[in-house]
Design a protein around this ligand. Structure first.
Ligand SMILES: [Zn+2]
Length: 145
C-alpha cells in the first residue's frame, strides 16, 4: 500500500515536472525565460491540485452526511402492532417519534391516530450472581456480567 502511494506520488511529481518543462520550453520560445515559465506552470498546477482536492473532500463529506442522515431516519422508524380503535382489528404500522402518526385500518379502512405515552419506572438492582443449590450439596454459581 505504501509502495503504491509512493508510485502514485512519484508519477504525479514526474507528470507535473514534465508539464512544467513543456511549458518552460514552449513559453520561453515566445516570451520570458524557461525557469520563469517552469515555476509559474508548477505553481498553477499545485494550486489547481489543491482546489480539486478540496472540492473532492467536500463532496465526500456531503455524501457521508447524506448517509448519516438516512441512517438516522431509518433508526427513528419503529414498527408496532396496534388495535384499530373502530373495529379492534390488529394492524402493524410504522411510527416515527419526530412526527404525528396515523394509520389506516386494513379491515375497516378507518384512519386511526396514534397516541404515544411514556412512563418512568424504577430500576431494580441488577443481579450480580445467583447461587442455586443442587442435589449433591454443591452450589452452581451463575454470574451476570
Ligand atoms: Zn378497523
Amino acid at each position: 500500500m505504501i509502495k503504491f502511494t509512493l508510485t502514485v506520488l512519484g508519477a504525479s511529481i514526474a507528470i507535473t515536472a514534465a508539464v512544467s518543462t513543456l511549458f518552460g520550453f514552449a513559453g520561453s520560445s515566445i516570451v520570458g525565460t524557461f525557469w520563469g515559465w517552469f515555476w509559474v506552470t508548477l505553481l498553477i498546477q499545485f494550486v489547481g491540485f489543491v482546489i480539486v482536492n478540496s472540492i473532492l473532500v467536500q463532496r465526500d463529506n456531503i455524501a457521508f452526511q447524506q448517509v448519516e442522515l438516512e441512517a438516522l431516519d431509518r433508526l427513528s422508524k419503529f414498527t408496532i402492532k396496534l388495535s384499530c380503535s373502530y373495529c379492534q382489528q390488529s394492524n402493524i404500522t410504522p411510527i416515527q417519534l419526530n412526527q404525528r402518526n396515523t394509520f389506516k385500518c386494513e379491515s375497516c379502512n378507518q384512519v386511526n391516530g396514534v397516541s404515544m405515552q411514556f412512563m418512568a419506572t424504577t430500576l431494580t438492582t441488577p443481579i450480580e450472581g445467583v447461587k442455586i443449590p443442587t442435589g449433591n450439596s454443591e452450589m452452581v454459581e451463575f454470574k451476570v456480567s
